[in-house]
Design a binder for this molecule. Structure first.
Ligand code: ZN
Ligand code: ZN
Length: 66
């Protein structure tokens, strides 16, 4: 599964590291590069031993964990 980055319109593939697909939303899927999301303040590293991130959806503002 792949699509256009919300910000730079480059290709985002769900299989690539550093490419993010937000698919937990009812009526939209959002594709972003990690660097584009980070540059727009959407990514927050969560505390703890895992490298899980909290990502804010640029469309609806919901937070997804990856
Ligand atoms: Zn991008
Ligand atoms: Zn959303």
């Amino acid at each position: 599964m792949s699509g256009e980055c919300h910000y730079c319109h480059g290709i985002v593939s769900g299989f690539e590291r550093n490419h993010i697909v937000l698919d937990g939303h009812a009526d939209h899927e959002v594709y972003v590069h990690e660097r584009c999301a980070a540059g727009n303040g959407l990514i927050e590293k969560t505390a703890g031993p895992s490298d899980e991130m909290a990502i804010t959806c640029p469309e609806c503002g919901a937070v997804e964990r990856h």
